[in-house]
Design a protein around this ligand. Structure first.
Ligand code: ASP
Length: 317
């Protein structure tokens, strides 16, 4: 049986693009890359690919990773001027001796391999409008120049609370990576993760998504996991790696996710805007999804069809 599991509602875009071939016997790796690529091209998704929201300086930078086993992983971060970081990450995995390429080097590599380039920092109208709105409410000159933080994160949170929940000072309005896990008919697992990162992040900030073990981890012997949400939380506990290690110790995917979310909740002073969500899949195909807070959704495709469902939440519904 073939299974494709992904984060958020736009997982449905990925499922439409990738599940038919997976169900027909295609590889798990092809499925996660095809699914990720479809979302990267969707201009209505403002947290991934061409529709992504920019950093504090108005520049769009993308991160992505792919993995099938500890010795088969590839990733890129801070890539600008390309629509498909996941495909570049796959090339890093399959065509180099390295795991991760960053910035200029990743772009030069992609260019050399003929990946299609696009105008750097081309934003959708929606992304530009949100950015300008954000910039107008965070008027520090430093943010415009793009090299200093608009204000520190604590201050941004404080303003957010002070706004009485209107969202006027909302610090992190856009975060929703697509992470995908697949199991093909041959029983092989693969994962991918692709994002434009936290909206209006400090220029140069890289989150969990392209870092193996944080946003994504796959080990055919123990299982696969991938994350979304506030990358800084996930990075503090090596979230995806931790879930896979819990499964290696015998936990089912649901318990492994829960233990990892509990670790985050124990070790961070959580702000109401903090969210972390995970999907996980065992080598035998059992899967689960869960998040710190309500609101997280996953998309599952299997022999019963494709469904968008709510993920379980650790902290109060
Ligand atoms: N985890 C991503 C990051 O921190 C963003 C997200 O998933 O919403 O870059």
């Amino acid at each position: 049986m073939a299974t494709l599991l992904s984060t958020w509602s736009f997982g449905q875009v990925a499922a439409r693009a990738a599940y038919p071939a997976l169900a027909a016997g295609g590889s798990a790796l092809d499925a996660v890359v095809a699914g990720a690529s479809a979302v990267e091209l969707d201009p209505t998704v403002d947290s991934v690919g061409v529709g992504g929201l920019p950093d504090a300086s108005g520049r769009l930078s993308l991160d992505a990773s792919v993995m099938t086993d500890p010795d088969r992983a590839g990733s890129v971060c801070f890539v600008r001027g390309f629509a498909h970081p996941t495909k570049i990450a796959r090339d890093v995995m399959e065509r180099t001796i390295h795991v991760m390429l960053a910035g200029d080097g990743a772009e030069a590599f992609a260019r050399r391999l003929g990946h299609a380039e696009r105008e750097q920092d081309a934003l959708t109208d929606h992304a530009r409008r949100l950015y300008l709105q954000w910039r107008d409410t965070h008027s520090d000159a430093g943010a415009r120049e793009g090299y200093t933080p608009p204000m520190n994160v604590e201050e941004r949170y404080r303003r957010d609370s002070a706004s009485g929940g209107t969202g006027a000072g909302r610090p992190l309005p856009g975060h929703d990576t697509i992470s995908l896990l697949a199991r093909d008919r041959a029983g092989r697992l693969a994962g991918a993760c692709t994002t434009s990162g936290l909206a209006f992040k400090l220029p140069g900030r890289v989150g969990d998504s392209p870092i193996i073990g944080h946003g994504l981890y796959v080990d055919q012997r123990a299982g696969a996991a991938a994350g979304t949400g506030t990358g800084e939380l996930i990075m503090g506990v090596c979230g995806s790696f931790l879930i896979v290690e819990f499964m290696r110790q015998g936990l089912d995917p649901r318990s492994a996710i829960r233990r990892t979310l509990e670790r985050i909740a124990e070790r961070f002073a959580l702000h109401p805007d903090h969210q972390a969500g995970f999907i996980a899949m065992a080598p035998d195909g059992r899967w689960a999804s869960g998040a710190l807070r309500p609101g997280f959704t996953h998309c599952i495709s299997d022999e019963k069809g494709t469904r968008l469902e709510a993920g379980e939440a650790l902290i109060g519904e």
